[in-house]
Design a protein around this ligand. Structure first.
Ligand SMILES: Nc1nc2c(ncn2[C@@H]2O[C@H](COP(=O)(O)OP(=O)(O)O)[C@@H](O)[C@H]2O)c(=O)[nH]1
Ligand SMILES: [Mg+2]
Length: 290
C-alpha cells in the first residue's frame, strides 16, 4: 500500500453518545492500525459516562483528545463542532468515523491512501468489493434505497451517499462547510457529499466491509429517515428546477422573458416543496423502519 506519511497531520473524529462499551475497543484499534493519526472524541454528555472514560484515555495518550458538549444535539452538530476544532488546530486531513466498530480501523489506511488522488474519499458499501455484515434486510433496503433516491434526485454520481466513513483534505472541508449543511441529523453525510460535488471536488469511493454494531444501541430512528427524505426531496426539486430554468433560458436564446417564466416556475416548485415538507413535518408518519 502507498504510504500515507505525506498526507500531513490526520484527525479521526468520533462522535459518541452512550458508547461506553465501544470506546476502548475503537480507540485501541485505531491507535494500532493508524498510529500517526490523532483521535477526537466528540461526546454529547453521554449519561453512561463515555465522556469521562474518554478523558481518562486522553490523559494516557497524547494522540487522543476530547470535546465535551452540553447534551445530545445530533450527529450533524457533533461533527460540525469536531470539524471546527480540527480545522482550528490545523490538521491536514479530517476523517469521520463511528464509535461502534461498524467502520473497521484496519480498513482506514486504504481510505486514507485514496486521498492522494482525491479531495474527498468515502468508505462505500455499495461499490464492487463493498459489503455489509449482519444487517437486517430492511436496513439494507433503506440504505440502498436512500442512496439511489438521493442519486436520482440530485444527479449525484456516488453509490453510498449516506455512508458515515468519510475523509477530507482540510481545504476541501473548509470550502464545503461554507455551503448549507444539515444542522442536526444524519443528512450531514448527504450534504457534505453534495456540496463537494457541486464545487467540483474529486470524490472517490473506496469499498469497505461495514459490520453492524454488536454492542450499544443505534441512534438511527424513523424520524431521522423521514427528515432525510423530506430534505433530499427539497434539495432535488430545487436542483431540477434550476436545471429546467437553465434549459428553458438556453432554448429561448436566453431572452429575459424565458428566464422570467422559468424563474416563476422554479419559485412555484420551491414553494410547493416547502409547503409539502411543512405539511409532512406537521402530520407525517412517526417512527417506522430505520
Ligand atoms: N455526539 C453525538 N454522537 C452521536 C449522536 N448520534 C449518534 N452519534 C454517534 O454517531 C455514530 C453513529 O451512530 P449510530 O447510532 O451507530 O448510527 P448507525 O450506525 O446509523 O446505526 C456513533 O458513534 C454514535 O455514538 C449525537 O447526537 N451526538
Ligand atoms: Mg453505527
Amino acid at each position: 500500500m502507498q504510504s500515507n506519511d505525506d498526507l500531513g497531520r490526520i484527525l479521526v473524529i468520533i462522535p459518541t453518545y452512550n458508547e461506553i462499551d465501544n470506546l476502548d475497543m475503537i480507540t485501541r484499534r485505531l491507535r494500532a492500525s493508524v498510529p500517526e493519526a490523532h483521535i477526537l472524541v466528540v461526546d454529547d454528555n453521554s449519561p453512561d459516562g463515555t465522556g469521562r472514560r474518554a478523558d481518562e484515555l486522553a490523559a494516557e495518550d497524547d494522540h487522543i483528545h476530547v470535546l465535551h458538549r452540553q447534551g445530545k444535539e445530533g450527529l450533524g452538530a457533533a461533527y460540525k463542532a469536531g470539524f471546527a476544532w480540527g480545522l482550528e488546530q490545523d490538521y491536514d486531513v479530517l476523517v469521520e468515523f463511528d464509535a461502534d466498530g461498524s467502520h473497521q480501523p484496519e480498513q482506514l489506511g486504504r481510505v486514507l491512501a485514496a486521498l492522494h488522488d482525491a479531495d474527498m474519499v468515502k468508505g462505500s458499501r455499495w461499490v464492487p468489493g463493498g459489503s455489509v455484515v449482519n444487517w437486517p434486510l430492511h436496513r439494507e433496503l433503506l440504505s440502498r434505497g436512500g442512496s439511489i433516491y438521493t442519486r436520482l434526485m440530485l444527479g449525484l454520481p456516488v453509490r453510498d451517499i449516506t455512508g458515515g466513513l468519510n475523509a477530507f483534505h482540510a481545504d476541501t472541508l473548509r470550502a464545503i462547510l461554507n455551503d448549507p449543511i444539515d444542522g442536526q441529523g444524519y443528512g450531514i453525510q448527504r450534504d457534505l457529499t453534495w456540496n463537494a460535488h457541486k464545487r467540483g471536488f474529486r470524490i472517490t469511493e473506496v469499498p469497505i466491509e461495514f459490520i453492524e454494531r454488536t454492542r450499544g444501541e443505534s441512534k438511527m430512528s424513523g424520524d431521522v429517515v423521514k427528515e432525510a427524505m423530506i430534505r433530499t426531496t427539497e434539495l432535488g426539486l430545487r436542483h431540477r428546477g434550476q436545471q429546467l430554468k437553465d434549459t428553458v433560458g438556453r432554448l429561448r436564446g436566453g431572452t429575459e422573458h424565458a428566464g422570467e417564466v422559468a424563474g416563476r416556475f422554479v419559485g412555484a416548485v420551491s414553494r410547493a416543496a416547502g409547503e409539502a415538507a411543512r405539511t409532512v413535518r406537521k402530520n407525517g408518519p412517526k417512527g417506522g423502519a430505520r
